[in-house]
Design a protein around this ligand. Structure first.
Ligand SMILES: Cc1ncc(COP(=O)(O)O)c(C=O)c1O
Length: 413
């Protein structure tokens, strides 16, 4: 099938058509696949997610434009366009684009000169705590709320010491933290709040972006996120002075050609990522709607199964359905989370244990006093029970049914 015509840009360089694939350099999927279990790749494999991508034909127009301009990075046209369009879409004042979410998080801590100890959640992706480590900051782990799975604000105060400078909560699965309680504590103790909002693209509370809370928030546009720019990220801030400082830091600290105001880093988003971001904004509302459809099918089918719980939508929240986590109570369901995980995997359904192991139990962090299992009972239990089921915009109802059957038909074990 001719999905793509052979394409010549205006400077006459050839872009391969799909029919010319034989001329393209060969690669070994196993080498580039990182830690994803591509060895089990089969036509019928259901992955935990699939990246949303716009029609290739549309993206090629942008590529041709970038090729011709020869501006590939360094605050080019698409970078400027995407920052503006994104701020508008998200309903925030200032966006600074980054090459990925981890560098955004590391830089956010630098921007506010955070040091000493930071109170954070162990129930997250490792990058949350790694960002503290890369800044020489001591993480102080706080347990999570059993309902939201976010940092439990009632447990923050007892962890504050004279060395505490900030709180780093995560809106896990895009579910909003209790931002009011966290702000109150931060104000009383003079702490900064940086939200790891890597999962919270487009989430609003009472119509207001969740990104408008705290001193800074960071986003991730990694391929597995609900909104992707292949890789990418952003810091959201609320005033132009902070925006300027963020932009210096992500560009080696350059304030102008001859002035370096800080030991900054190279964390700039390039023009290809930015152009994809501009194009993705056209489709994101539909992507979220389609994911909502999938989430609702799961909820309906799983609702009467003893020992299986999942999140309900909150009335005042616009959710983004970035994940579909369920929690498996072994006593009630009769099988453990790992038994279910392994059975699904054997049958080419690659559900993921987000987030297991708990960050506080990893070798790099387990010796920290606050990492003790007794201090974090809810986080440890949640990490042992969670399983994220496949969710993406074009997952079909019969595919959801295939997954759900493993929960309904006990004879499949
Ligand atoms: C909670 C959380 N924080 C930070 C990151 C890091 O983002 P990135 O992969 O864009 O570096 C991720 C995801 O990858 C994440 O899930």
């Amino acid at each position: 099938m001719h999905l793509l015509k052979t394409y010549k840009s205006k400077n006459e360089r050839l872009i391969y058509s799909r029919d010319d694939k034989s001329k393209m350099p060969k690669y070994n999927a196993n080498i580039i696949s990182g830690n994803y279990p591509f060895d089990v790749k089969k036509e019928e494999t259901l992955y935990v997610t699939q990246p949303s991508l716009p029609p290739l034909e549309e993206f090629i127009e942008y590529l041709a434009d970038i090729w011709e301009s020869k501006v590939l990075t360094n605050n080019g046209k698409y970078h400027i366009l995407f920052e503006k369009a994104l701020a508008e879409y998200l309903g925030v004042k200032y966006v600074s684009l980054f090459s990925n979410g981890t560098l955004a998080l590391i830089s956010a801590l630098q921007v506010l000169r955070i040091a000493g100890e930071v109170i954070t959640t162990p129930y997250s992706f490792v990058a949350t705590t790694h960002a503290l480590h890369w800044n020489g900051i001591q993480p102080v782990f706080c347990d999570i709320d059993p309902q939201t799975k976010n940092l439990d604000p009632d447990k923050i105060e007892k962890l504050i010491t004279p060395k505490t400078t900030a709180i780093l909560p995560v809106h896990v699965y895009g579910n909003p933290c209790d931002v009011d309680k966290i702000e109150k504590i931060a104000d009383i103790y003079g702490l900064k709040v940086i939200y790891d909002a890597a999962h919270a693209f487009g989430v609003t509370v009472n119509g207001n972006s969740i990104l408008n809370f705290g001193d800074l928030s960071i986003l991730s546009f990694h391929a597995t996120k609900v909104f992707n720019t292949f890789e990418g990220g952003a810091i959201i801030c609320h005033d132009d002075k902070t925006k300027k400082r963020i932009d210096y830091l992500k560009n080696f600290g350059f304030a102008d050609e001859v002035t370096v105001v800080a030991p900054g880093i190279n964390a700039k988003m390039n023009e290809f990522q930015s152009a994809l971001g501009v194009l993705q904004l056209k489709y994101i509302d539909q992507v979220i709607k389609d994911r909502q459809r999938v989430a609702n099918i799961y909820r309906n089918k799983l609702k009467n199964i003893d020992g299986i719980t999942c999140f309900d939508d909150l009335e005042n929240v616009k959710h983004n359905y970035s994940y579909f986590p369920i929690f498996i109570d072994k006593e009630k369901f009769g099988k453990s989370r790992d038994e279910v995980y392994n059975l699904l995997k054997e049958n080419h359904i690659l559900a993921r244990r987000y987030f297991y192991p708990l960050i506080s139990n990893m070798p790099s962090y387990r010796a920290i006093p606050s990492a003790a299992i007794d201090n974090l009972p809810v986080a440890n239990k949640t990490s042992d029970q969670v399983l994220c089921l496949p969710i993406y915009e074009n997952l079909k109802e019969d595919e959801v049914q295939t997954v759900v059957d493993y929960f309904i038909k006990k004879e499949l074990f």
